[in-house]
Design a protein around this ligand. Structure first.
Ligand code: P6P
Length: 348
């Protein structure tokens, strides 16, 4: 596979990069490559709307008609429809699953099925749109396990260790697409002038001098003793690291992306504040697993506080999971303190 240096100073589109990565897999048929193209196109279409979200008052808000007489959709519904309609007919997927849809999403009978499974959160953090905070799309790609016909729930309920690709799109000051197919993590920035994602962050690796810890400290009274002790450890200078600074945006993709580039740990632990969410707030299938795949590809680690996220066998489509993700040394310390202080296993 081409290394990062060979691209220095060149204008490399995501399409070229994906294609060149495919060339290091002689057995590849191009289906995964085309699926990644489809996701890059979906990202451009969604980005074209997110950058205008603040104009709802002028262009009409969701449920109303805009000046062109079109029904304005909520951005997350628009993102859902965009991802669905770009993937339902291509013959690359056996089944889809989305944060926005209660059950698995079958490929319509009139279209062919294919070898892959796509799971996604179409627009995570959409509650931040009204205050103009960055939001994101998260996706994961598996090979189907079933051998024929429409894909099944079992095809979707695969452990993250089985992922063949994962990534996210961050709609922020600029729009970025970051993905991995198991050969490192690579970031692309959208140049709106030409409508292309250009290689801006080849081979992203976590620094060994992490800077930030990211958690909603507002829930501290509800954390277990282990998580309390962990937070205090993060704030102190220790032999392993300097005391970290707190940065929390409240948008998973934005918090994850900052820590990926600057080093650190994000955690959303189980808390006892909301008995309906004993296993934390974040979802395993289409939030924790894809990001856990990426962080391991970047040299980090992701845990639910007791085990690797990627090793968890999912049992429900929308199951929640506590999440500690970032530099391995930081995440393993969370596991150690939870083991020491919280005798009861972290409930899933
Ligand atoms: P809290 C956004 O609503 C989200 O799902 C994630 O993007 C984010 O990390 C988390 O919830 C923030 O949750 O409870 O801190 O507001």
């Amino acid at each position: 596979m081409t290394d990062a240096n060979s691209y220095t100073g060149k204008l490399v589109t995501i399409e070229r990069y994906i294609l060149e990565q495919q060339q290091s897999h002689p057995e590849a048929t191009g289906t995964l490559t085309n699926l990644l193209y489809d996701l890059a196109l979906a990202a451009k279409i969604i980005a074209s709307k997110t950058t205008r979200a603040g104009l709802a008052e002028i262009l009409g808000s969701a449920g109303e008609e805009n000046v062109q007489g079109e029904e304005v959709q909520k951005l997350d519904a628009f993102a859902q429809r965009t991802l669905y309609r770009l993937n339902d007919h291509t013959g690359r997927l056996a089944v889809m699953a989305s944060e926005e849809v209660e059950e698995i999403i079958p490929i319509p009978e009139r279209f062919p099925v294919g070898p892959y499974v796509l799971v996604f959160d179409p627009l995570d953090g959409s509650s931040n749109i009204d205050v103009n905070v960055s939001i994101g799309t998260i996706f994961g790609i598996y090979r189907r396990k079933s051998t024929a016909g429409r894909g099944t729930l079992e095809d979707v309920l695969q452990p993250g260790r089985n992922l063949v690709a994962a990534g996210y799109i961050l709609y922020g000051a600029s729009t970025m697409m970051v993905y991995s197919t198991g050969n490192g993590v690579h970031g692309f920035t959208l140049d709106p002038a030409i409508g292309e994602f250009l290689l801006s962050h080849p081979h992203i690796r976590l620094t060994d001098k992490p800077k930030y810890y990211s958690v909603n400290q507002g829930y501290q009274p509800y954390w277990t003793p282990g998580v309390q002790a962990y937070t205090e450890w993060l704030q102190r200078d220790t032999p392993e690291k300097k005391g970290l600074s707190l940065r929390y945006i409240g948008s998973l993709v934005a918090d994850f992306h900052r820590n990926l580039l600057a080093g650190g740990v994000f955690y959303y632990p189980a808390d006892r504040k909301d008995p309906k969410k004993p296993g934390g707030k974040l979802r395993l299938i289409y939030e924790a697993n894809p990001l856990a795949f990426l962080i391991e590809q970047a040299g980090g680690y992701a845990s639910d506080g007791t085990q690797a996220i990627l090793d968890i066998q999912p049992t429900k489509l929308h199951q929640r999971v506590p999440l500690f993700i970032g530099n391995r040394i930081l995440v393993e310390q969370a596991e150690a303190l939870i083991r020491t202080h919280d005798q009861t296993a972290v409930s899933l």
